[in-house]
Design a protein around this ligand. Structure first.
Ligand SMILES: Cc1ncc(C[n+]2csc(CCOP(=O)(O)OP(=O)(O)O)c2C)c(N)n1
Ligand SMILES: [Mg+2]
Length: 189
């Protein structure tokens, strides 16, 4: 079983100025704890939209890897985003899902992955080129390093435990948006 904080720390240890878009809840809490940086874009409440935002960033920045850290519950709420990603197929998009098989943040209600749904297979069926499921930290690090080097788009479903993360990133979406845009070299609005 993978600890999502440990795995997120590994991601952050590998990046330089690559953008990382984080889903609401534990994904963004872990990212903040692993090292706050202007290139981190934390979503507040917009459940399921991390990969939609990441897709847009990946299309706008084709020369750079763009990483999305997502939750299983959030992705399941917006599965059509996988089909949209596949239509565009940006080679630089790395979509990582922390699959703890529950909505941990709202009380641990089981998601569909606790029953029959396999997110890597769903992504493959949607048309995402490179889909992997991993269950150990070593396997995660190995596939992440491949995804960081080799063309995608990638979907990595990582089996994680259900731990609550204590990280609390800045709460103002406006502040986070401006900070992120500035880090991308986009002129202020
Ligand atoms: C549209 C919508 N419905 C419900 C919520 C409440 N909500 C916040 S986090 C969360 C669970 C997210 O589950 P997951 O993405 O698997 O992350 P985890 O909590 O397991 O880390 C829910 C249901 C929300 N923010 N938006
Ligand atoms: Mg979950």
């Amino acid at each position: 079983m993978i600890n999502s904080l440990e795995a997120t720390r590994f991601i952050v240890s590998q990046v330089t100025d690559e953008p990382i878009v984080a889903s609401l809840g534990n994904a963004k809490y872990d990212l903040f704890l692993s090292g706050d940086r202007p290139q981190n874009f934390y979503l507040w409440n917009a459940m399921g939209l991390a990969v939609s935002v990441g897709l847009g960033v990946a299309m706008a920045r084709p020369q750079q890897k763009v990483i999305v850290v997502d939750g299983d519950g959030a992705l399941l709420m917006n599965l059509n985003a996988l089909a949209t990603s596949a239509v565009r197929s940006p080679k630089n998009l790395i979509h990582i899902v922390w699959n703890n098989r529950q909505h941990e943040l709202t009380g641990g209600q089981p998601t569909a992955t606790a029953f029959r749904t396999n997110l890597a297979e769903v992504a493959r069926g949607a048309g995402i080129e490179r889909c992997e499921s991993v269950e150990t930290q070593a396997a995660f690090e190995d596939v992440f390093l491949r995804a960081f080097q080799e063309p995608g788009p990638w979907l990595i479903s990582a089996q994680t435990n259900g731990t609550r993360s204590p990280g609390r990133p800045p709460k103002s979406p406006t502040y986070l948006k401006h900070r992120f845009r500035e880090s991308m070299g986009v002129a202020p609005e």
